[in-house]
Design a protein around this ligand. Sequence first.
Ligand SMILES: O=C(O)C1=C[C@@H](OP(=O)(O)O)[C@@H](O)[C@H](O)C1
Ligand SMILES: C=C(OP(=O)(O)O)C(=O)O
Length: 451
Amino acid sequence: MNAIMEHHPSAPVIPLSVARNPGPLRGSIRVPGDKSISHRALMLASLASGRTVVTGLLEGEDVLRTADAMRALGATITRETDRWVIEGKGVGALNEPDDVLDMGNSGTAARLLSGILSSHAITSFMTGDASLRSRPMRRVTQPLSANGACFATRHGEKLPMAIIGTGEAAPIAYRLPVASAQVKSAILLAGLNATGRTKVEEPVATRDHTENMLRHFGVEVEVGLTPTGGRIITLQGPARLAARDVVVPADPSSAAFPIVAACLVPGSEVRLPGIGLNPLRTGLFTTLREMGASLEIENERIEGGEPVGDLVVRASALQGVDVPANRAPSMIDEYPVLAVACAFANGTSRLRGLEELRVKESDRLSATVALLKANGATVRVEGDDMIIEGRGGAEGLGGGLVETRMDHRLAMSAIVFGLAAEKPVMVDDTGFINTSFPGFVSLMTALGAAL
Ligand SMILES: O=C(O)C1=C[C@@H](OP(=O)(O)O)[C@@H](O)[C@H](O)C1
Ligand SMILES: C=C(OP(=O)(O)O)C(=O)O
């Protein structure tokens, strides 16, 4: 087993006390590869015929779970010095796994893989850690059952679950009731081994990495727009994927943490090269700019089929902001750290339409409120909106304990809060950061964070 596989979030609890940083954050760091794109690269390469080389893959616990699952299904996946090499099995040719597939902390791995498994003539069993076992799976099992697969879940919608896939899958036509790229992707991936046209309608556009990468592997994916700004995505099955190398950009959702830290710690100037700038991922950058952040993008270019750029962020006096609900899908994982920025900003912020935050690694709506309240911020929830009365600085903030609830983004948000607050912030466990951002603490230290 290689060293990066040895860390497991159920390993020892790693608490941290974070005090106001004595100096500015300065320098340039390369944040790890995009988590969404990394999961998809491993799955599609495993479904392709031939050999795919992936560079820039995120070596976080969530993605390593996907790698293990695809190996259990018959793909050969090896890590070489600076790249991952995958020998695919081909659509329809996955093996029945010998053991339960453990997706750890990862909703993306569990949901997308459910789609793939549903249209293969194999029986499999899936579980996850305590966080993942508490998350809803009906959002995928209900639409996927329409292709002829059978799912048996705990309490009707939780992992562990059994999946009896079908080798004669019918194509699914489905309108998403929630804005979820995971549900959309599960249905599209099921459609690869169905006979006929799979069709997904999404009322609000969500991240389109599955569509983009399917095209990259040679599948024809059509995308039409609805009159109300939604999308209709169709593909014809059965499809054949031809192995294609993949370059994974740096993850904008991971970049969010050093970016907000640099905005808040006085005198900071941080450079983050090669950040993915897919417009369905950049809602936080738009929002921070509206708040008055100095956030510049240099060298915009296309790398591996996705737009990327180098971000330069400088400490800035932030103003409160009103974030519309229809922006949520483009920044869904960034709300905890945005809420931290809002607590330090001048004036009231209203973050609208946050219902999906309730079903993440934790209930992020209540957990973010708890993080802020424990550290002196004034915050309330009205319906699905979060309202934060900003302090206009660090005064009176900090001094509390943050319960991270097996949620990597809460742990990183709490650390960012502590770096800027007047009083130290205690974080109960930082171990789960490894699910999405291995090396977070050392990269922040390289910028001058005294962690
Ligand atoms: O498709 C993906 O890679 C993801 C989609 C989002 O989840 P939902 O589809 O549940 O919104 C996001 O929160 C998650 O981190 C990654
Ligand atoms: C919600 C997240 O991931 P997942 O759904 O894959 O667990 C996240 O990374 O913030």
